[in-house]
Design a protein. Sequence first.
Length: 220
Amino acid sequence: MSKLFRMVILGAPGSGKGTISTRIVRDFGLKHLSSGDLLRAQILKKTEIGLAAQSYMKGGQLVPDDVMVKLISSELSGLNASPWLLDGFPRTRPQAEALHNNQKLDLVLSLEVPDDVIVDRIKGRWTHLASGRIYHTEFNPPKVPGKDDVTGELLVQREDDKPESVRHRLEVYATNTKPLKKFYEDLGILQVFHGTESNEIWPRVHKYMQRHIPAKSGPF
Ligand code: G5P
Ligand code: MG
């Protein structure tokens, strides 16, 4: 069963999708595809997709559906034999339908964290853009301040983590992505987790996931 296991993690910007995904990868051995990390890698490489996506992302707008569906389909086609976890895709109804028409999901998790908690925590996020590794000044600090633990390269604050972009991203999430919960609820594969701390949400996610796929380790 674990071999073809396919899941999605939904949640507002800063709700902890990346944080929880890293732990799922460690304990359940899934491949993690973060649409935001993929886009940021394209921007760093100055590809056609990266150049097109940059202006949307900077202000917290969604990148057009056709670009996203093409990007994610191409990444998924390289993962056919592995179980995977999608983070940040789908984000709109057309994206969810395109995915559903191609791949049947086993599970969709939704992280529900209050907006005021999110706005506060995003101020402390630092990112290693090339790898997608994320840190937080208090919650998950790097070993050396301002530097990535693995490469030693400089960490940056994402352009879309400025307070005005974050507020806009929360609105975009509420309008476009939150309704996807109904789509997945109707398919009978949605599980919602409420909380304000990833460390408190994580053991519940781990326990729930074990109903679907055997754990290799954890929860830590
Ligand atoms: P992204 O990159 O997908 P978002 O907005 O969905 O961006 P984001 O901001 O990456 O989500 P997250 O992954 O949910 O947030 O959260 P995280 O990084 O794990 O945690 C946030 C911070 O809080 C981190 O510093 C973490 O260490 C800390 N933290 C975690 N838990 C706790 C805790 O319990 N306590 C505290 N104090 N801190 C904690 O998408 C970016 C853009 O790309 C485009 C859009 O423009 C989008 O805005 N895009 C798409 N466009 C169209 N369609 C798509 N499918 C697209 N996908 C991406
Ligand atoms: Mg993320």
